[in-house]
Design a protein around this ligand. Structure first.
Ligand SMILES: [Zn+2]
Length: 271
């Protein structure tokens, strides 16, 4: 059994019908998935999608691309406030078990769709929110680790989480492991031609490894060109099993255990 720890199949723009996507996932042994929000609208949709479907959980947050965008009739600060009220609403209505993380949140200096100071401010506010509700965090950090680590460390080891879609250096991978973070890998690890990156992917300790698709993006080999979906996380599992000399079953069991440990996923997959 596999967990897709990061996908966006709840989005209204996702091209495939939900019941078919979920059926194909089940057929591929992917019994559990986490739908990840990127702004207030998408976070709400992720939550509703999780409530409506067995084995689906959600994470809510404002992506660094979106922090300066007016998505809720206000500024980024209002969106964080909105997120806070969304969480307390979910908790009071008794569906907290479907809400398993805050994210994806972080810093993206590669695209830099929002000013760096705004990204930093909103990241800190959302970390605070996660700590308040004792939730793990799904981080998106791209070309911004020099700013990210001091912010992370300022919370004195209280943050639990994963660096999703990690593609950075072995040094930053080890810095993350040393801080107790998990490393999320997806299709990129199956098709990268970058030797240093390949080596980094192969050296991630299995007890810190999480599998994801980031669907609809980053479709793994051998399905490049298709729209990605949670069923395809098994190709990511196959790849990481092969490069470590493990069976896919063993790799799947261990990464699934990691996902359950970090996100406290209900053992009852029917919830
Ligand atoms: Zn994503």
């Amino acid at each position: 059994m596999l967990v897709d720890t990061h996908c966006h199949v709840h989005e209204s723009t996702y091209p495939h019908a939900a019941d078919q996507v979920l059926q194909r996932a089940t057929d591929a042994g992917v019994t559990t998935m986490i739908c990840v929000g990127t702004d207030d609208k998408s976070s709400n949709e992720a939550y509703d999608f999780a409530i409506a479907h067995t084995g689906v959980y959600c994470s809510i947050g404002i992506h660094p691309h979106e922090v300066a965008r007016n998505t809720n009739g206000g500024l980024a600060e209002l969106n964080v406030h909105f997120l806070g009220s969304l969480i307390s609403d979910k908790f009071t209505k008794g569906h907290a078990s479907k809400l398993v993380a805050i994210g994806e949140i972080g810093l993206d200096y590669f695209y830099e769709h929002a000013p760096r100071d705004t990204q930093i401010k909103v990241l800190k506010e959302q970390i605070q929110l996660a700590l308040e509700y004792d939730l793990p965090i799904i981080f998106h950090v791209r070309e911004a680790f020099d700013d990210f680590w001091p912010i992370f460390d300022s919370f004195n080891g209280t943050i639990k989480g994963v660096l999703h879609s990690f593609t950075d250096s072995a040094e930053n991978m080890r810095a993350a492991i040393a801080r107790g973070l998990y490393i999320g890998v997806n299709g990129i690890s199956t098709f990268t031609k970058d030797e240093a990156q390949k080596e980094m992917f192969a050296s991630i300790p299995v007890n810190r490894l999480l599998l994801e698709t980031d669907a609809p993006f980053l479709t793994p080999t051998p399905l490049r060109g298709k729209v990605n979906e949670p069923a395809f996380v098994r190709y990511v599992a196959d790849h990481h099993a092969t490069i470590r000399g493990l069976s896919t079953d063993e790799l799947a069991a261990r990464t699934t255990a990691n996902a359950h440990a970090l996100f406290a996923l209900s053992l009852n997959t029917n919830s």
